[in-house]
Design a protein around this ligand. Structure first.
Ligand SMILES: [Zn+2]
Length: 113
């Protein structure tokens, strides 16, 4: 399970930042996750709830923004959004392409008090 280690990483990073900022509590964590990472929101929430209780991030809200996968066709240059894992170019039906976005995984911001 991928999500356990990434969630542990997120928690480490936000705790470090919050402590440096002198926070008493972390209220919310905003994450940006690309569709191609394969990460499932519910799994991240699950691991977060498991890992965070003894920290100042306990009870923090995870706000996850998904980034759709976008590809550029290598044959015709058409840019398209991946839907239902269909990697065919809508214009020329070539398979696959260069990934423009969708592999993101980052902490956008945190809310503390
Ligand atoms: Zn094409």
């Amino acid at each position: 399970m991928h999500e356990l280690s990434v969630t542990q990483n997120v928690l480490n990073v936000v705790l470090e930042h919050a402590q440096r900022a002198g926070a008493r509590r972390i209220i919310a964590i905003h994450l940006v996750i690309g569709e191609l990472t394969g990460f499932v929101d519910d799994s991240i929430q699950f691991y977060f709830d498991m890992l965070s209780p003894d920290t100042i991030a306990a009870g923090a809200k995870l706000a996850i923004r998904r980034i759709p996968a976008r590809l550029r066709c290598r044959a015709c240059g058409e840019e398209f959004t991946l839907k239902d894992s269909n990697w065919l170019c809508p214009k020329c039906s070539a398979v696959g392409g260069d990934i423009l976005q969708g592999r993101e995984f980052l902490i956008e911001s945190i809310e503390i008090e």
